[in-house]
Design a protein around this ligand. Structure first.
Ligand code: VGL
Ligand code: ZN
Length: 191
């Protein structure tokens, strides 16, 4: 494809972690299929001088979002466990910015912008546009895209670089529509 990025663009790779991939504790169907797509976008970002950000869900044991605490999710992405590691196939550059979220025992964060300082960091770097892909489409990608828009970034969802949890069938498609209505441009082509 021929999309041109620039130093005013940031690629935000959301939660591409083992636990969200097949075999993980909160596996998203086809979750690992986003890896080669995102690797092409990472290459493009590096070539064009864009910033690469990777968020990770990074929960303490007994996190409030877990079923044992009355939350809706099975235990997942516990700090320091293999499941919390970024997918080994993801080729992040050395200067990628890593953002950890969901680190408080009693608070969950779905968005890579929530309590992370990411918006300020992007603004300081002169970033105007955010391109978002990763997992899961209807949970943390959705929240990240909506926050990126609210923070004033021109925001693009890389739809084919996402997969939904679909706790209720159709959640993914509804989330895409919601992101579009909020002002996100939805792109599907590879980098
Ligand atoms: C996520 C469920 C629970 C996500 C995180 O990254 O989409 N989903 N925690
Ligand atoms: Zn989580």
């Amino acid at each position: 494809m021929s999309i041109q990025l620039s130093p005013q663009d940031a690629l935000i790779v959301v939660d591409v972690q083992n636990d969200f991939c097949p075999g993980g504790l909160l596996a998203v169907e086809g979750g690992d299929e986003v890896v080669p797509v995102l690797n092409r976008w990472i290459d493009r970002a590096k070539q064009d001088g864009a910033m690469v950000v990777a968020s990770r869900d990074w929960h303490p044991l007994h996190h409030v979002s877990f079923k044992e605490r009355g939350g809706i999710w099975p235990e997942h992405c516990v700090q320091g466990t293999p499941g919390a590691k970024l997918h080994p196939g993801l080729r992040l550059p050395e200067d990628a910015v890593i953002v950890s979220k969901g680190t408080g025992l009693d608070k969950d964060n779905y968005s890579a912008f929530d309590d992370t300082g990411l918006a300020e960091r992007l603004r300081l770097a002169g970033i105007k546009r955010a391109w978002v892909g990763g997992l899961a489409q209807d949970v943390c990608v959705r929240a990240t895209v909506l926050d990126a828009l609210a923070e004033g970034f021109e925001t693009r969802l890389i739809e084919n670089a996402t997969r939904p949890v679909d706790l209720t069938p159709g959640d993914g498609q509804r989330a895409v529509e919601e992101m579009r209505k909020a002002g996100a441009l939805v792109v599907r082509n590879g980098a």
